[in-house]
Design a binder for this molecule. Structure first.
Ligand SMILES: [Zn+2]
Length: 271
């Protein structure tokens, strides 16, 4: 496929889905499931798998690992949708195939598709114009990443593709800063929260639900004297002092000791 083909396909796909190429996607999950009508399954995938595009009896569907942050889920989803639009047939994706150093032409094309689908050159130009064409430094990269719901590394590449990052020195400086993780501190300092969409909502809720369940189960086991305070703190990943404070706050009182020995459970069975 000629190098420009996947990029054109991404612009065409956006147009067909009614979102054009002027701005960021409103909500990629809703767009692909609701408008494009390709079912998406967000779930834990076997080791090493980040996503997959499948055709079963001619019916397409997409799998995305939901164990990673929403920025990565968005990229995987856009990449899998690229396989769909570009007519690649069933494929499995790992961390390797979702990166730019993959050599499989279908993966290279799906990555180009995903980059333009999430952050079109035109939309990047619009963002820069709306912000008075700032000189690109780490802060601009972080703000673009935040606005489009993509990673800082991806935003750096998009700004370069849109010819806003032409100085090799600036490119080198920014790449090194991202590799050192400086973009995360900057993100926190600027108070950026990323794109709010269905993927970020599900990610947040999934995490909260899991931790609430674990907390309840663990405190219950401690209350019933099935596990020690130390063990409970270990399960919850906090210090015994922090746990004591939380127990006091929740006004939990352990059942009276010396009860029926049949309640004795091996510590490792709980949690
Ligand atoms: Zn792929």
């Amino acid at each position: 496929m000629p190098p420009e083909q996947p990029v054109k396909a991404a612009r065409e796909a956006r147009k067909n889905l009614g979102v054009g190429e002027e701005s960021r996607l409103p909500d990629i999950l809703k767009l692909i499931e609701g408008t494009a009508r390709v079912p998406v399954f967000l779930q834990a995938l076997p080791d090493g798998l980040s996503g997959a595009y499948r055709l079963k009896g001619g019916a397409p569907f997409i799998l995305v690992s939901n164990a990673v942050a929403p920025v990565r889920q968005r990229f995987t989803l856009a990449h899998e949708y690229g396989h769909h639009v570009l007519g690649h047939g069933s494929l499995l994706d790992t961390e390797e195939t979702l990166r730019d150093f993959t050599h499989d032409p279908r993966e290279v094309d799906a990555n180009k598709f995903a980059a333009e689908f999430l952050a079109p050159i035109r939309a990047i130009q619009n963002w820069m114009e709306a912000h008075d064409q700032p000189a690109v430094d780490l802060e601009v990269v972080v703000r673009v990443a935040d606005a489009f719901g993509i990673s800082a590394a991806a935003a750096r590449i998009r700004l370069e593709a849109a010819r806003f990052l032409t100085s090799p020195q600036a490119r080198k400086r920014i790449t090194e800063a991202i590799e050192a993780g400086e973009h995360r501190q900057l993100e926190a300092r600027l108070g950026l929260g990323g794109v709010t969409d269905e993927l970020s909502r599900l990610y947040r809720e999934g995490r909260d639900r899991k931790s609430t369940e674990t907390w309840d189960k663990t405190l219950d086991a401690w209350e019933q004297r099935y596990i020690s305070l130390r063990k409970a703190a270990q399960i919850l990943g906090i210090s015994t002092g922090e746990l004591e404070q939380e127990i006091a706050r929740r006004r939990i009182v352990q059942v009276v000791d010396g009860s029926d020995p049949e309640f004795d459970v091996d510590e490792d069975d709980v949690g």
